[in-house]
Design a protein around this ligand. Structure first.
Ligand code: PEP
Length: 249
């Protein structure tokens, strides 16, 4: 049985006060969940989140990391710094990083490697734009994004990683991939990994992200290759995030 994970990407939202309220509500409501609950706050709030989640089942991670170990990289944060702060997970290659900060497949692969070597669990985000989907290029786009990482670190590194299929056109737009559309891409990704290593493929959690809400989570999570979600907007509302976590089967 694959691990089920629901991860919240807070993006650039929150404050010390808002975070404290949100985390208290999550902690009060998370008993009996059938999934691992993860939150990914902005970097400055990681120590606060670490303190408030200490002793709970919840895990936390960062939204990004540097591909470099240390050095003259003003404004950057390394994998070992995230480990120091107690992170378990780190998002790698979120579509906003790719689109707004020019992260290429090769930079994303280098970040994945840095996370993996430091003992973090990289959550590798993959997804196509609307134009790419309309051109029939969805499978080739996500497979190329995946291949760049496999070429760099090898398929075995995926045994301690998570994939997140996030169609760019569905992130923060209110548009969601249908359960069938999402399942099709998840199956393509898992098959590609299975061609290289069937055991790694069978154990690899593949999350869906893109306007997941309490109303649509259950039918998405019911798909055989969808192992949970990467949640943006709805992860900022405790009741919605917990309802999504409870939709995991
Ligand atoms: C995301 O930020 O990864 C995301 C999926 O956002 P949203 O759930 O708001 O679409």
């Amino acid at each position: 049985m694959r691990k089920k994970i629901v991860a919240g990407n807070w993006k650039m939202h929150g404050s010390l006060q808002q975070n404290a309220v949100l985390l208290e509500q999550l902690l009060n409501g998370m008993a009996g969940l059938d999934c691992e609950l993860v939150v990914c706050p902005p970097y400055p709030y990681l120590p606060q989140v670490a303190g408030l989640l200490a002793g709970s089942q919840a895990k936390f991670g960062a939204q990004n990391l540097s591909e470099h170990h240390s050095g003259a990289y003003t404004g950057e944060v390394s994998a070992s710094m995230l480990v120091d702060l107690g992170c378990r997970y780190v998002l790698v290659g979120h579509s906003e990083r790719r689109a707004l900060y020019g992260e290429s497949d090769s930079v994303v692969a280098a970040k994945f490697e840095a996370a993996h070597k430091a003992g973090l669990v990289p959550v590798l985000c993959l997804g196509e734009t609307l134009a790419e989907r309309e051109a029939g290029a969805t499978d080739s786009v996500v497979l190329a994004q995946l291949q760049a990482v496999i070429d760099r670190v090898g398929v075995a590194a995926l045994s301690s990683a998570v994939l997140a299929y996030e169609p760019v056109w569905a992130i923060g737009t209110g548009l969601t991939a249908s359960p069938e559309q999402a399942q099709q891409v998840h199956a393509v990704l898992r098959s590609r990994v299975a061609e290289l290593d069937s055991v790694v493929a069978a154990g690899l959690p593949i999350l869906y992200g893109g306007s997941v809400k309490p109303q649509n989570a259950a039918e998405l999570f019911a798909q055989p290759d969808i192992d949970g979600g990467l949640i943006g907007g709805a992860s900022l509302v405790a009741g919605d995030f917990l309802a999504i976590c409870r939709a995991v089967v």
